[in-house]
Every structure is written in C-alpha cells, then in structure tokens.
Design a protein around this ligand. Sequence first.
Ligand code: NDP
Length: 246
Amino acid sequence: MDNIAGKVVVMTGASSGIGEAAAKRLAEKGARLVLAARREDRLKALADELVRLGGEAAFAVADVASAEDMRKTAALAMERYGRIDVLVNNAGIMPVSRLSELRVEDWDRMIDVNVKGVLHGIAAVLPIMREQRSGHIVNLSSTSGYAVSPTSVVYGATKFAVRAITDGLRQEESAASGIRATLVAPGLTETELLSGLTSPEARAIAERIKGLGMSPDRIADAIVYAIGQPDEASVSEIIVRPTALA
Ligand code: NDP
C-alpha cells in the first residue's frame, strides 16, 4: 500500500489542469485535501465532487502571489485537520513572449506567481512541518526549467528558480527535519495553461504543438508516486515528457 491514506495535502492551482487531476487521484487514495486557487466556483465544484465520492476536502480562495493568502490557507488546513503533511506548489502561469516584446507586466506576474508563489507556500508550511518533524513539499517546475528556448525566457527563468529552491530546500531540511522535497517537471501537458496567450508568435507556437501534449493524469501520477513513497525515500526529481514531442 502506498503512503497516502490520511495525509493532509494542500494543493495550489487545484481549480484546473494538473492540480485538479492530482487532487482527484490523491482523494481516491484517501488523502484529505485543501484545494487552493482564485476561482471559487471551480474549487467549490471540485471539493463537492470529492466529498460526494467519499473523500475529505476543503477549499481556500487564495492568490499565491500573496504571502498572507498562503498563511490563511495553511491556517485553514490546521484548523480543519490539525496538521499538514504535503504542500503541492502547483499554481503557475505562462504568458510567454520574446524579451524584445518588453511585456514587463507579464514578466512581473510570472515571477510573482511561479517564484514568489512557491516561496510563499514554503513560508506558510515550513514552521508547521518543522514542528511536526515531517512533511513533504512538491514543487512544479517544467522541462523549460532545464533548457531555455525563444519566447520562454522569463517563464524558463522562473522554472529554473523553482529547481534551485527545491534542491536547496532538500539540502537544508531533509536530514535536519525529515521534510522531503520533490521537483516534478512536466513537458507539454494538455491544460488551460496556454489559453489566453496574447503574443502572436507565442500563439502560433502553441497552435503548432496543440494536441501533442500529455493528459494531466500523467503528471498527477508522478505527483502521487512521489508522495506515496515510504518516509525513508525522498524522490527529488521527476521529469515527464510527452512521447510525441520529446
Ligand atoms: P492550468 O492553467 O490548467 O492550471 C493553473 C492553475 O494555477 C489553476 O488552477 C489556476 O487557478 C492556478 N493559478 C494561477 N495563478 C494563480 C494565482 N495567482 N494564485 C493561485 N492560483 C493560481 O495549468 P497546468 O495545470 O498546466 O499548470 C500547473 C503547473 O504545471 C504550473 O506550475 C505550470 O507551470 C506547470 N507546467 C505545466 C505544463 C503544461 O504543459 N501544461 C508544462 C510544464 C509545467 P485560478 O486561475 O483559479 O487561480
């Protein structure tokens, strides 16, 4: 049996795509969920569905760019369940474009959500996990966190940063406090991530690769695998690429 039943899992970006798929998988395996994102209607519908299927789920309307929202999300988990076993820092955005387009507001948003959001999640749960002397933080990077390509420079930079943060977290906390750290790095996955691109060049690239990505269930499987390992094993990195694009 895997090491999931009864665990309290806080999942950011649970309102669609990979986060939603992973939340469903974890609930099926008996995890107790706190679903976080900005779209309340989606979170409520998912929480209701998980409860209807016999699971336990609460939700928090939270913007990961706000450290306060993440503190409140962790507080809700503590109030509801009394502990936090896992945080999945999954929320992310990808409004990509070439540097020369100077879409500075998009750069700022990507840094706020993809980098600061991960740090705010860590800040909210680390004291709790250190006190428990156990915990697991799973961060979503990307294959763009290993190789930069035109139009994905700032997005890639944020995902390189997530790799650095996750590796540093492992080095500082693993032996010292028993907290595990996992990086999950997907290649193209069919979700809402590429919807709403405004750069014409980025839109053309997205159109060309449409339909070549994986189901979000493939990444949910990777997240579930890492969380489900016995406490003695810390899965530090998983890369999953779509066969059609690898
Ligand atoms: P989706 O767009 O389907 O999901 C993104 C999720 O993040 C949504 O639930 C969204 O919810 C949430 N989110 C966005 N901004 C914020 C915010 N400021 N505060 C809180 N939640 C936020 O994309 P994916 O499922 O594909 O993305 C999940 C992760 O996987 C991301 O980190 C992404 O970078 C990564 N990834 C995805 C790949 C892909 O090809 N799809 C490839 C590599 C990595 P809401 O809008 O309700 O807040």
